[in-house]
Design a protein around this ligand. Structure first.
Ligand code: IMP
Length: 425
């Protein structure tokens, strides 16, 4: 039995989708464990190019079981659209949704946006998809779960109770319009008709497949530095995006996981607000953003750009228990004479060798850089380590040495073939 967890090692958007799609070729089960449609994975395969927000990337492969686990939050309208897209494009994988996954209701979306407006210049920069309010309701035990859709009568009572409070908050605190109960009730039947057949006991499916010795991939969303506990709080998402989230978000025991794989870009990006020690601005940032197309898959927002942060990467390796690393977008660095990697932090004149948790300390960090020579040669679509030149190899070797974790895969472009397998997984 093999279970691999794949996580984003930075602030999300590391290119996990392509890597999961690549590994999913041999997988039997691919399971998403956290987040919602704040995430967006772009995959490019024989069926075309797709941005998926909820359904695991394994859906592009025949014979796969694609699970959306209990740790996720689901906007039913978004999932219905995604399922239609999958059907129209004949993506062959099977889909199962956990009966325990929580629903993002229309009031969560409205509250997310109202809370952000209310925060003013202290806004988190959320995706506005209702993620935080849906997880808040889950934790305060007011949530609506996928399984609730099957019992319309009790579901309506739960929604009414919720709406009484939400509407008060919306109206009296945020000065927003109330949400109509009738509008929500009107949608419930349609949601169940379209989603009901996918709602399942996903833990049972996973454990049956563990017993049968199948190959299972656990798919992370966002990145470790956006984790609610271990990320750059409060500028984080509302779930556990680190590898530990795959246990709680799918109902799997820690000892079942064989390998944890961390996906990192060869540089860094971040969307939304919050500290970003290696952030760069001006022409250099613009150049990376344009070449790499660094605009959010979900919101279209331009992503903030920075050099690779090895202090953050080492921290990420620890909190995720990384066994190996995938480096994506190496080809973007083809266009630079000199490439920087942050190998140390300075705070108020003093060197520190850890990733601080305090948002003010983090925002005051001065990165200490090591500079590497560029390679003046295209690595775009290169598929073997022998085909990249010595400077690019040197860069990769140094990253591996600095982080202290082996690099197993290097991605050199969005397509399936633009993949260098350094060590077979
Ligand atoms: P939320 O998850 O919408 O509540 O947003 C919280 C923070 O996480 C914001 O800074 C978002 O930009 C960021 N975020 C959420 N999902 C993603 C993602 O998939 N990629 C990158 N950033 C994300």
């Amino acid at each position: 039995m093999t279970i691999n967890t794949i996580i984003g090692g930075q602030w999300g958007d590391e290119g996990k989708g392509k890597i999961i799609d690549h590994l999913a070729k041999k997988a039997d089960v691919i399971a998403r464990y956290s987040g919602g449609n704040n995430a967006g994975h772009t995959i490019e395969n024989d069926h075309g190019k797709f941005a998926l927000h909820l359904v695991p990337c394994g859906v592009g492969w025949e014979g796969t079981k694609n699970l959306i686990g209990s740790g996720t939050v689901i906007d039913p309208n978004v999932l219905i659209k995604e399922l239609e897209l999958i059907k129209e494009n004949n993506l062959p994988g099977e889909i199962f949704i956990s009966e325990k996954a929580h629903l993002i209701m229309p009031y969560h979306i409205k509250l997310d946006q109202a809370e952000e407006n209310y925060r003013g210049n202290k806004a988190v920069g959320t995706t506005g998809r209702g993620i935080g309010p849906a997880y808040s309701d889950k934790i305060s035990r007011n949530g609506i779960r996928m399984g609730d859709l099957s019992n319309l009568q009790s579901l309506k009572i739960k929604i009414s109770e919720n709406l009484k409070i939400k509407n008060k908050i919306l109206k009296e605190i945020y000065g927003e319009e109330e949400i109509s109960e009738a509008d929500i009730f009107d949608k419930l039947d349609g949601w169940y008709k379209k989603l009901g057949k996918y709602i399942s006991n996903t833990e049972k499916i996973i454990h049956e497949n563990i017993k049968k010795d199948k190959f299972i991939l656990l798919e992370g969303a966002q990145g470790a530095l956006l984790d609610i506990d271990h990320g750059t709080y409060p500028f984080v998402t509302s779930s556990n995006s680190i590898s530990g989230g795959s246990l709680t978000g799918l109902g799997i025991g820690a000892k079942e996981i064989n390998k944890v794989l961390g996906v990192f870009k060869a540089f860094c990006t971040r969307v939304g607000e919050g500290p970003f020690p290696t952030e760069i601005f001006g022409e250099e940032a613009e150049k990376i953003r344009e070449i790499a197309g660094e605009f959010g898959t979900t919101t279209g927002r331009p992503r903030r750009i920075g050099w690779f942060d090895a202090i953050a990467a080492k921290y990420s390796a620890q909190i995720n228990g990384l066994d190996s690393i995938v480096i994506t977008k190496l080809d973007i660095l083809d266009h630079f004479e000199k490439i920087k990697v942050c190998t140390g932090y300075k705070h108020r004149g003093k060197e520190i060798d850890f990733f601080p948790s305090d948002e003010i300390v983090l925002s005051e960090i001065e990165p200490i850089y090591e500079e590497f020579n560029g390679w003046n040669e295209s690595t775009y679509n290169v598929d073997s380590i022998e085909k990249i030149n010595s400077n690019a190899k040197e860069f990769i070797k140094n990253l591996e040495k600095i982080i202290g974790i082996p690099i197993d895969i290097i991605s050199t472009g969005p397509s399936r073939k633009a993949t260098i397998i350094v060590n077979q997984i």
